[in-house]
Write a protein that binds this ligand. Structure first.
Ligand code: GDD
Ligand code: MG
Length: 322
């Protein structure tokens, strides 16, 4: 069965300050880290071994995910001392399972994407096409911030243009790729390599079979605070959701697609709107929390008004969720 690689080593610069203490893929969506949603999607497609390619704040992943047995999966960690770029990270991670000796395909996921596309169907398409690489493609209104990927009528990729001002098509790289293991050996070892700016354009130019799998399902890159809040609201799909053991005192209102993690407490007469609240958070009485992100284990004293803020146990900073 295919082996998964999650690219979870980026700095999450556009999400600062939310990523000051938390790597982007560990930010919660509906109370669970984005990475956990991706692992569950991989498992559903029959992928049981996943390598987490980590770098920035790598130490945050292991205590949460361990060896993966809690999810009935096998998880491995490939840690880059300095980020190797997306291509270097893939090569480094695949080496952990001896890519040169395996005939298994690799399924690679950008670690900041919420996608409901059918990974098993993408794998079947890859096999039907006898492709070296198959990329999930999605249509967006504005392709400028993404990898623009034109294809011919058979689905074969004719070019790969990372972030351009005048995109040739609205079909973009949705950040989930299937790689034949032979393609990974072509990525230089121990070097910083961009899969988007180097490997994909080179593969296409040298005539290798690179295919686009088009599926227009729910998809979101949570790379900015506004996108993260949208992803969380979409997931909640209602007034609010709360994890196990969380208590909300009577007379308090939690609304606007807010999510609260596990084991948190909200005091009396509070109003919480469009906010993301972590695990083990304590909010006193008579507080207003709007458009804010409250990190795990933070304490908010009674009578606080928190609007457009990022709060952690040690920080209190403004954010914009628009
Ligand atoms: N391990 C590791 N090492 N991971 C990395 C590194 C690295 O050096 N650099 C980036 N990543 C991870 C990030 O953590 C993220 O999960 C993923 O690779 C993609 O990086 P982003 O920084 O989020 O890229 P982007 O959103 O600007 O563009 C990418 O995603 C778009 C779709 O969301 C590209 O793949 C585009 O082509 C694509 O359209
Ligand atoms: Mg991204």
């Amino acid at each position: 069965m295919a082996i998964g690689i999650l690219l979870v080593g980026g700095f999450g610069t556009r999400l600062k300050p939310l990523t000051n203490q938390t790597p982007k893929p560990m930010l919660p969506i509906g109370g669970l880290p984005l990475t956990e949603h991706q692992l569950l999607a991989a498992k559903k497609a029959g992928i049981n071994t996943v390598i987490l390619a980590t770098s920035y704040l790598s130490e945050v992943f292991t205590p949460y995910f361990g060896d993966g047995s809690k999810w009935g999966m096998k998880l491995l960690y490939a840690v880059e001392k300095e980020p190797l770029g997306t291509g270097g990270a893939i090569r480094n991670a695949a080496a952990m399972v001896g890519f040169a000796d395996t005939s298994e395909d690799f399924v690679i996921f950008n670690g900041d994407v919420l996608s409901k596309h059918d990974i098993a169907s993408q794998l079947s398409f890859h096999k039907e096409c006898s492709a070296d690489v198959t990329l999930h493609l999605i249509k967006v209104a504005d392709a400028r911030a993404f990898g623009c990927v034109p294809t011919d009528e058979t689905g074969r990729v004719s070019d790969f243009l990372e972030k351009m001002d005048n995109p040739l098509t609205n079909d973009i790289n949705a950040g989930c790729y299937i790689f034949n293991p032979t393609v990974i050996s072509a990525i230089p070892e121990g070097k910083v390599v961009s899969i988007e700016r180097e490997t994909f354009p080179q593969l296409v130019k040298s005539g290798r079979p690179v295919f686009g799998y088009h599926e227009q399902s729910y998809w979101l890159d949570i790379g900015t605070p506004a996108a993260l809040f949208k992803g969380s609201r979409d997931y909640v799909a209602g007034d609010f959701m709360a994890g196990s053991g969380t208590k909300v005192a009577s007379g308090s209102l939690v609304t606007g697609g807010s999510s609260i993690g596990s084991g948190s407490e909200v005091g009396a007469s509070c109003t919480i709107t469009n906010s993301i609240i972590g695990d083990g958070v304590v909010i006193g009485d008579n507080c207003t929390v709007t458009g804010s992100f409250i990190l795990h284990n933070s304490v908010i004293s009674s009578n606080s008004e928190i609007i457009g803020k990022y709060i952690s146990p040690t920080e209190n900073l403004p954010i914009s969720t628009q």
